[in-house]
Design a protein around this ligand. Structure first.
Ligand code: AKG
Length: 269
């Protein structure tokens, strides 16, 4: 665990800016090993880009999302009772046009308590200006939802093609990450990323955590996994950790969980 003073500084920066980045989580060698495991899984399942709930089937993202050092940061940000809600790899292949337009996550997640959630983005390959690291607008989390348009088809990776237009991005900050480093951002923080013009894949594991008292604002089924503390609220059905050896039933449950997450992503959450 990081010293208490470091955690306090991190928490202060997070609530002031709406994000922190450059948080060490893995050694470069560990990051390389998890990249290898991802690429092995891709050989079996095809593209894992934006496949939701990967931690319910695959050991590597489950282990990454539940590392004590990561949960210590999450606890400092949202409290001791933590649910692991979703995880997905976000992958930009080298030399492709795909990007993520300026948006806020919470506009399409349908969650009740905006401050009782946080996203981690853990780099398994270099995230740089060249490879399309995320960019954040400091302080943009404080005023809640900003109007979005949907349906942009200019390479925007977001499911609904959503984006904020006419935005002053002059104060934006690049969240460059070495493999093994993580960033954490609030769901109202406005962020984006540019295409990967580097020669390597840009690979992030994106993980959403909720405080156990959070709930869906919409009447839709949703599930999550307690990863620290307790859940006395039971607002979510229970996701089980992945078995040590992947079996067919788990793959089926993973597919159902992935489909459920995508069905729950709306524009008016
Ligand atoms: O991976 C990216 O470039 C964007 C990710 C993103 O929008 C997010 O983590 O909320």
């Amino acid at each position: 665990m990081e010293p208490r003073s470091d955690r306090l500084a991190l928490t202060e920066t997070y609530w002031q800016n709406g994000f922190v980045h450059g948080v060490p989580a893995l050694s470069p060698a560990q990051a390389a090993e998890h990249r290898r495991l991802l690429e092995e899984a891709e050989e079996r399942f095809g593209s894992l880009h934006y496949r939701d709930k990967v931690h319910t089937a695959l050991r590597s993202p489950y282990e990454l999302a539940t590392m004590p050092a990561v949960l210590d940061v999450v606890e400092a940000l949202i409290g001791p009772d933590i649910l692991l809600y979703n995880s997905t790899f976000i992958i930009k292949e080298p030399g492709t046009e795909t990007k993520v337009n300026w948006h806020q996550d919470l506009t399409y997640w349908g969650l009740a308590d905006a401050d009782a959630q946080v996203s981690m983005w853990l780099a398994l390959a270099p995230a740089t200006a060249e490879s399309g690291a995320m960019m954040m607008l400091p302080g943009s989390h404080v005023n809640g939802a900003v109007e979005h348009q949907t349906g942009s088809d200019d390479g925007n990776l977001l499911l609904l093609g959503q984006q904020i237009v006419d935005l002053d991005t002059s104060t934006s900050s690049l969240c460059a990450l070495e493999p093994g480093e993580a960033s954490f951002h609030h769901g109202w923080t406005i962020h984006s990323s540019q295409p990967n013009t580097s020669n390597d894949r840009r690979i992030g594991l994106n993980v959403q955590y909720l405080a156990a008292h959070n709930a869906m604002a919409l009447d839709v089924p949703a599930s999550a996994m307690v990863v620290r503390g307790t859940d006395t609220h039971r607002n979510f059905a229970v996701d089980e950790p992945p078995p040590l050896t992947l079996d067919d039933d788990t793959v089926i449950r993973w597919r159902e969980g992935d489909e459920q997450m995508k069905a729950n992503f709306t524009q008016d959450g």
